[in-house]
Ligand binder design. Sequence first.
Ligand code: TMP
Ligand code: ASP
Length: 255
Amino acid sequence: MSRRNKLYEGKAKVLFEGPEAGTIIQYFKDDATAFNAKKKGTLSGKGVINNIISEHIFTALGDIGIPTHFIERISMREQLIKAVEIIPVEVIIRNVAAGSICKRLGIKEGTPLPNPLVEYCYKSDELDDPIIAEEHILTFGWADELELEELTFYALRINDFLSGMFAAIGIKLVDFKLEFGRHYEEDQCTVILADEISPDGCRLWDMKTGEKLDKDRFRRDLGGEMEAYQEVARRLGILPSADVTEIADHLKKEG
Ligand code: TMP
Ligand code: ASP
């Protein structure tokens, strides 16, 4: 990967110049961070699992008509994506109260919400991704009215689809975070889904046992992170036993 021209390194991924103009290679690292990188660690194999989980979800979303940056997975840790200008707004959808909303509003973890709650955060590491209102987005021009309407519509549609997809495999989609980007093609600019969707940016609870199958295992020092991520992939049907061997071999080779 070092031969490629690095464009950007984030907490969990690296972006490299793609083979053609308008394309980027998204590389999934094993680095895990929480609380805006105040807590750091490495989860061996996480990048490989998140790459295939995100590929699976983005492909399924593409199939139902959500425009996304995903083009194809090109290796165990890399996918080819469309270049976008990231909109600096993280969209969080909550179905059940957990995480920051419990702290902020004193709500008991696990309280079901009567309808999906949409929250927006300003994407800024320096400021710790503060929660913002729609009015902030419009006032500071982070997105215009049409973009905001569109990304909110997509986010709710994605929530409906993913809630059903996870419920079918015994997993409750508690909450998740999305990022969108502007894609320029000829003289057209469209809003498309970007980044990744994986257990790093979702809360996923086993419906029967309540067991956490997501990054809260790392945030809260519960252990068993990789077993949980692999369980999600296995239930999604994208980790048949042959692949487990392939992934294990690949990780051994990577050292
Ligand atoms: P929160 O409860 O910490 O606000 O997080 C809500 C959801 O959004 C949770 O599934 C984790 C995800 N998330 C990210 O992926 N990245 C972030 O920077 C934040 C703040 C949340
Ligand atoms: N993604 C953020 C971080 O790495 C927040 C989190 O997921 O807890 O710090």
